[in-house]
Write a protein that binds this ligand. Sequence first.
Ligand code: NAD
Ligand code: TYD
Length: 336
Amino acid sequence: MKLLVTGGAGFIGSNFILYWLKKYPQDKIINLDKLTYAGNLENLKSIEKNPNYEFVQGDICNPQLVNQLTEKTDIIVHFAAESHVDRSILDPAPFIKTNIEGTYVLLESALKNKIKRFHHVSTDEVFGALELNSEEKFNDATPYNPHSPYSASKASSDHLVRAYFDTYELPMTISNCSNNFGPLQFPEKLIPLAITNLIEGKKVPVYGDGLYVRDWLYVEDHCRAIDLILQKGKVGKTYLVGGLTEDIANLDIIKKILKIMGKDEMQIEYVKDRPGHDRRYAVDWSRINKELGWKPEHNFDEYLRITVDWYKNNQEWWKRIKTGEYQKYYEKQYSK
Ligand code: NAD
Ligand code: TYD
């Protein structure tokens, strides 16, 4: 099998490539990644000489390049995106370009080259926010109601992917997954930002009252869900993928990290809230469980500890990232 993975130098994409080549060493993977600030080839150092792996630096918005690569491909697994909500609030333009136009370019090429499967990696954020303390979860029937430029651009891409199935019968699947955590996550997202700030002796910025709720999934569980969808998923279907956490507030996650790292709550710094901040996400993943037998296998507390250890043991990886452009972003984002 030949896979074209887009965005494979990012957090989930690189975890996915490492997972896939370990499980299916005979398969061939081309990784198309623009290497934006979020792309990092160090994530894939262990496989860079693997003859079944090829890296191509390029933009998914480039139809010629995408077409050249798609010609050689059976399956596209599409991760490439601008992925950080706060950056989408500061500057939506690259989100519209990559997440919407880039997905369109890939869809056109997939159709032209009669690709066997187009898997689109999306997010639970397209559904908008749930009420705090409600029992409600996102499910297949939840209408789209995105609030940030990031989630609106991902929602648009989901609609485009579905339109290519309904209109042109492109064999596609979509997964809408909750917040991932684990090794190789860029330290702008809550968990790696908190861990690396604490290692550096800095405080952890908590937005608003800190009582925002996300549904958390260890990244390897997400990779396994995509694997199962590719193997056994029904073409044209969307699968919701979520974790084992039961309404855990951001503040409680930070307190867990502080405890693991032997720090006190004086290290929490309340900062100004994110505009349009979605209050609560929760994912009902019962359909993928019933239909494909998937369930999360990594316990949150145990894998949070493992994630803390990974950032402690891989300081060179993130210290290089937390310079230059990152510093400028951090100052802009967190200045009062
Ligand atoms: P990331 O920001 O860590 O990585 C994105 C990758 O895409 C980077 O390597 C970047 O260089 C590449 N990229 C960006 N623009 C590109 C372009 N125009 N052409 C080619 N490559 C480009 O993101 P992530 O957290 O790994 O997320 C991957 C996907 O999973 C995204 O589509 C995201 O919406 C989705 N998702 C993420 C989460 C999460 O918690 N991180 C949860 C659910 C879904
Ligand atoms: P984030 O990791 O950016 O993921 P998303 O916005 O895609 O869910 O944020 C997770 C939660 O943590 C979200 O409610 C925003 C909050 N948050 C903070 O409180 N402080 C921070 O510095 C960051 C980055 C996020």
